[in-house]
Ligand binder design. Sequence first.
Ligand code: UDP
Length: 436
Amino acid sequence: MTVSELDRGAAHPLPRRIAVLSFHTSPLAQPGTGDAGGLNVYVLQTARRLARRGVEVEIFTRATHSSQPPVEEAGDGVLVRNIVAGPFEGLRKEDLPTQLCPFVAGVMRAEAGHAPGHYDLIHSHYWLSGQAGLVASEHWGVPLVHTAHTLAEVKNAVLAAGDTPEPESRRIGEQQIVDAAHRLVVNTVGERDELVRFYDADPADIDVVSPGADLDQYTPGTQRGTERARRALGLAQKSEVIAFVGRIQPLKAPDVIVRALAEIVRTQPHRDVRLLVVGGPSGSGLERPRSLMELADELGVADRVSFLAPRPPSELVDVYRAADIVAVPSYSESFGLVALEAQACGTPVVAAAVGGLPTAVADGRTGLTVDGHDPRRWADVLAGLLDDDELRLSMSRAAPVHASGFSWDSTADGLLESYAGTTAAYRARRAEAAAS
Ligand code: UDP
């Protein structure tokens, strides 16, 4: 559906041009390492789909390389503006707030180059962008829609060993955004409840819009394609393969899967079971994946674990197809795009029963959800599913069907609806204020 089609039937005004703020990480960065992950994928995928529906999208991010042009195209109708704010490299995530003022100044300067009223709406992603959005929204007289992606209160409640707690300053910043943004968009009903419980948000101000998977890219492979994928990844056709895909950080719990693998090998040494870990180091504290490699070594399973560098979707698809099971053991997960993508490729997922994962995975039908992070429990569940060919086969058939319910097109439609409602309420409030 396009803006004009929607407009005809819409009771609410639809935006023609929106400013998307993604301060701390660029939608053009390779996801799966550092600060780049699901948020980057979300911003880029929704921007492209909104543009196809007739909305012009300009994404503002912080420049992280001197070679980046000030403006680059990221598809038809999508521009990325690389705002210079602080050093290109070497700025730690904890120091990013010090560069918010230069970033906001850069956003303001870009807007000033247009005719007044250029943007109809701002959508900010992650709390740092939300802070910039508060200023821009007030200055431009347009509504601010905010997506938190993660929340300090929620992360701190489930800290993994070795993880650094989120600072109080972040929680305060998030509270200011919850109090002042015109609409909050969340991935799941559970996330909406967390905003209400921890930040006293008004449920009426929150829209639940599911994220998606790129269903053109992530599809089940043919038998031959899967065999080729295994060969390319150096995996024997007869091996049992578990894959972990994502940023290597304590919150994602890849160590739980390494320990579970060691447990399977300890109890059933004859099994030819292997683990693929795809992703780069991220987050604070531990120097991973080095420490993960050391752990595999210590547990005597190093020869069964392959560490692969982060890769684009066109290559990641082979990892998902080559695996018998994709494991998502995170301590906290706002949704878990990896779980959706794996299922879209026809691979069952074993996921921790946290955050959006019980929504992303249909427990018992397309995968299994696991309570807690006890490696022995994970070993039992993983080995049990590897043993049950019939169940795995039925899950591989059901998984793409389940994943097809989560497309980026539906996400874009949901966002448009949210934007329209937000704009209508915003204008009504302003008209009321002007009249009084
Ligand atoms: N990803 C990727 N290449 C990699 C590893 C991950 O493109 O080598 C992408 C993956 O496809 C997914 C995203 O990174 O879309 C991770 O999103 P998820 O929601 O699973 O985790 P997050 O990073 O948001 O915590």
